[in-house]
Design a protein. Structure first.
Length: 226
């Protein structure tokens, strides 16, 4: 988790090169990689829970019904689709952006290969709730590493800047859109989708201060996607 901080450490608003030049890079890289791996594992937990997926994963699960690729490969593919929209929105990817696009999907496939689905409803509920909690933890870790945003977060923040709308409104609009498209493709939504949508923002906000790595310089507060 890194050294305990006696004060609240703000998120930086540094560019990609400045992020790499900032302090505590080895620790931040390790935290980033662990966070991204856990993010993919959290996706797999929700899949095996069979009670509904996170909004973007509803889209991924629907897409793979029509093309011969795995769920993790669909996550990677749509990460780069999201990145394609960064250019007209003026977003600049960081190291975490590229690693997010590659690691999360790979981790999801690896975890799915070794994790089965329980027969009992209670077991499936436990996996779903564990997936939501693990996703919040993983998100706090990779954002707190201060090495850039993920492809989908960057798409959201770019739209916020271009439209002047609130983060909450833009995120909700995006997630409703991808869920609807995913459902049309045959994706898996359900209780887990609702639980994820309602809780992931508050849980991440709660955990994030414990994982923001102090860069050792004064930086302005930066809003956290929630």
């Amino acid at each position: 988790m890194g050294p305990r901080q006696s004060r609240r450490v703000p998120l930086s608003d540094l560019g990609p090169i400045e992020q790499l030049k900032a302090g505590r890079l080895p620790w931040r890289l390790a935290q980033l990689l662990v966070g991204l791996y856990l993010y993919g594992a959290s996706l797999a937990l929700m899949v095996r829970g069979r009670l509904g997926l996170a909004p973007w994963d509803v889209l991924h699960s629907g897409f793979i019904r029509h093309v011969p690729i795995t769920l993790g490969q669909a996550v990677i593919l749509f990460s780069f689709v999201a990145l394609a929209f960064w250019l007209p929105l003026g977003e600049v990817p960081g190291l975490a952006t590229i690693l997010n696009a590659l690691i999360v999907g790979s981790s999801a496939d690896l975890t799915l290969a070794i994790l089965g689905s329980p027969a009992s409803w209670i077991g499936r509920l436990g996996l779903m709730l564990g997936g939501v909690l693990l996703c919040a933890l993983a998100t706090a870790m990779y954002i707190g590493a201060q090495l850039g945003r993920g492809p989908r977060d960057g798409l959201m923040t770019g739209l916020v800047r271009r439209t002047g709308r609130s983060i909450r409104l833009v995120r909700t609009g995006l997630e409703v859109f991808v869920v609807l498209v995913g459902l049309l493709l045959g994706g898996k939504a359900g209780l887990g989708t609702v639980v994820f949508a309602l809780s992931i923002g508050p849980l991440t906000q709660l955990l994030l201060p414990r994982f923001v790595v102090d860069l050792g310089r004064p930086v302005p507060d930066h809003p956290v996607p929630s």
